[in-house]
Design a protein around this ligand. Structure first.
Ligand code: NAD
Length: 256
């Protein structure tokens, strides 16, 4: 259903972004991948669906590098039809011990980057009167947890940005929505599980179970494949009138 479309998924060398990139490629989209780590492995995984796949290693914390990434997508494919703002980082600390440079980095990568990619992707989308912008927020875009001030502020901000962009484009064929996942077992969360296991002197398995029990009523992790399927739906024509949603997939986290 996405044949002939080009998708950019930021932070797609790992975790949720990689899962979404695979779902979009499987549906026929050409892909621009981005993120740190093993680019060759991501290119191979997403490339196996037979569409055109490229990689650009822009640091999404740097506005200039975001402009270079968007220019690259334009040169390679003529522009971005589907923009998935997924790159994100976490830092956990009480606010009075929160390093200001970590605050700046979390806000830059999790929120400001989406502003830049969106404003730079829109001219091409408007010219075609078709586009899909999918922002990967979080359950923390809807509710808070202790010690995550920067992340919660950035994700609430991303939900706000999503609604504003959706309204500005409401009369066009371009939609903008957010997905709000609960716990997904990716490197970002594995790090938090390891820290918990160490702090409490418990096993990684016990720390994992504790983490889920605390927030996620299902007791099960959400998977990158499930999030890929939801992102694909939001990119479909059936979702043409889903606008400005903050759509949770969180095992019941925010229903409590
Ligand atoms: P991850 O650590 O597995 O992947 C993050 C990706 O972003 C990687 O590809 C990484 O290289 C990239 N990245 C990080 N900093 C970057 C930068 N400065 N420039 C470019 N790329 C950068 O994490 P994940 O769990 O897959 O997270 C993906 C998104 O989903 C994030 O926005 C995260 O906040 C959100 N999210 C995750 C969970 C979860 O439980 N894992 C829950 C809700 C929301």
């Amino acid at each position: 259903i996405l044949k002939g479309k080009t998708a950019l998924v930021t932070g797609s060398t790992s975790g949720i972004g990689l899962g979404i990139a695979k779902a979009l490629a499987e549906a026929g989209a050409n892909l621009v991948l981005n993120g740190f780590g093993d680019a060759a492995a991501a290119l191979a995984e997403v490339g196996r669906f037979g569409t055109e796949v490229r990689y650009h290693g822009a640091d999404l914390g740097q506005a200039q590098q975001i402009a270079e990434l968007m220019g690259f997508a334009g040169r390679e494919f003529g522009g971005v039809d589907i923009l998935v703002n997924n790159a994100g980082i976490q830092h956990v600390a009480p606010i009075d011990a929160f390093p200001p440079e970590k605050w700046d980095a979390v806000l830059a990568i999790n929120l400001t980057a989406a502003f830049h990619t969106t404003r730079l992707a829109l001219p091409h989308m408007k010219a075609n009167n078709w586009g899909r912008i999918v922002n990967i927020a979080s359950a923390h875009g809807l509710v808070a947890s202790v010690n995550k001030s920067a992340y919660v502020a950035a994700k609430h901000g991303l939900v706000g940005l999503t609604k504003t962009v959706a309204l500005e484009l409401a009369k066009t064929g371009i939609t903008c929505n957010a997905i709000c996942p609960g716990w997904v077992l990716t490197p970002l969360v594995a790090q938090q599980i390891a820290a918990r296991a160490q702090a409490k002197n418990i096993s990684v398995d016990d720390a994992e179970a504790e983490l889920l029990l605390e927030k996620q009523p299902s007791g099960a992790f959400v998977t990158p494949e499930q999030l890929g399927a939801l992102a694909l739906f939001l990119c479909s024509n059936a979702a043409a009138e889903v606008r400005g949603a903050a759509w949770n997939m969180d095992g019941g986290w925010t229903a409590q």
